[in-house]
Design a protein around this ligand. Structure first.
Ligand SMILES: [Fe+2]
Length: 376
């Protein structure tokens, strides 16, 4: 059945070759794209007045028992990404479940997810099967995070609700509908302090502890022009510019870092232009998923955090000889100096990854990015 599904998907990918956005196809799960489906503007609820404060106790260096315990910054984020398994899966591998159990012990202010929370992007899945995946996500991921009263920011991945389209029609309409239905259900409140939720859950902005977050729909390689205008307006806004820090997050990276992800469609089109947009508005970091390989980098004035994978399919970096791994990152932020400190755990060994073992730079197909600690 899995083979049949994959064959169908690949055929579908060929059929939509002229569609909007580059096709992202590779790995255990094939990948694909589309164009934004803006949410109903009437649904906009600007400035959700609810404060997004976690209620967990604070300690100087909180961490799960037995794990390295970094000193907490003014703000702490736990970053997870690419959680899914095989198409249609309603369950998660043990490393994902273990990470979710660990999350409250790190005492974060915010949990972020780089997308691919479920395993869709397969039109042989029935709507009931897609809904069952989101129920599985809720049971194993979202409900425990809600129970811990932690805000959950996320970006939509190609397997959650690919934005690809052909002839003006969404290629994965059932996925898009399911993601809307799930996230617009008040029972699934993400506990975010929204600034602009008109495009939620596809693109939106929120603040957390004086940091401005912009999430866009990078489930395909093309950010549509209307969403780019929205992003620029959002980043130029008073809410963004008066914040101590700005962070953007999208599923596809600007520059590929992993083998099998270096083909067009697997990274954003016109990356340099998008980077220039972020630099213009002093965005500190762009966080992405999709590549299934952890790599903290910088290019120009922008930091790039490739979140790595927590679920199935770790990948090799384009350079170096590091064994592929599954990761969770704790990001501690010092607001006054805009310093971000990453503690990234290998979720198979529970050891902290030594940044110096990562390649000093990676030559992505669209430009070289440099490890974040290496000055150029
Ligand atoms: Fe992906």
């Amino acid at each position: 059945m899995a083979i049949k599904r994959r064959q169908l998907l690949i055929l579908g990918g060929l059929a939509i070759g002229g569609g909007v956005g580059g096709a992202a196809v590779s790995g255990i799960l094939s990948r694909k794209p589309e164009a934004i489906t803006p949410a109903d503007p009437k649904a906009t609820t600007a400035n959700n007045p609810k404060p997004a404060k976690s209620t967990v106790a604070r300690s100087p260096n909180p961490a799960p028992k037995g794990l390295y315990a970094p000193a907490r910054g003014d703000v702490r984020i736990v970053l997870i990404s690419d959680l899914n398994s095989a198409y249609g899966s309603t369950d998660y591998i043990d490393q994902v479940k273990q990470a979710i159990v660990f999350v409250p012990a790190w005492e974060p202010d915010l949990v972020l997810c780089g997308g691919d929370m479920v395993a869709g992007q397969d039109n042989s899945l029935k709507p009931s099967e897609i809904e069952a995946m989101w129920q599985g996500f809720d049971k194993h991921i979202a409900a425990p995070i809600r129970k811990a009263k932690l805000p959950f920011g996320f970006t939509i991945g190609n397997h959650d609700a690919s934005g690809s389209s052909f002839g003006g029609k969404s290629t994965f309409e059932n996925d898009r509908n399911a993601v809307l239905k799930y996230w617009q259900d008040p029972k699934h409140d993400a506990n975010l302090n929204f600034v602009d939720r008109a495009g939620f859950p596809f693109y939106y902005t929120f603040t957390q502890n004086d940091i401005f977050f912009l999430t866009w729909d990078a489930s395909t390689s093309e950010i549509p022009s209307d969403q780019l205008k929205w992003a620029e307006k959002s980043l130029a806004s008073e809410a963004a510019q008066k914040a101590k820090l700005r962070i953007a997050i999208g599923h596809l990276p600007l520059y590929a870092v992993a083998k099998g992800r270096e083909t067009p469609g697997n990274y954003l089109d016109d990356a340099d232009r998008l980077r220039a947009l972020f630099e213009k508005y002093n965005v500190h970091t762009y966080i992405s998923g999709h590549d299934h390989a952890y790599y903290p980098a910088h290019k120009g004035k922008l930091e790039l955090l490739n979140a790595g994978v927590l679920g199935d399919g770790p990948r090799r970096l384009l350079s170096g000889d590091i064994t592929p791994n599954r990761t969770v990152s704790v990001i501690d932020i010092k607001l006054e100096t805009a310093e971000t400190i990453y503690t990234t755990y290998d979720m198979d060994t529970l050891k902290v990854i030594d940044q110096s073992t990562l390649p000093r730079y990676i030559d992505a197909p669209n430009g070289r990015i440099t490890r974040r600690d290496i000055k150029i």
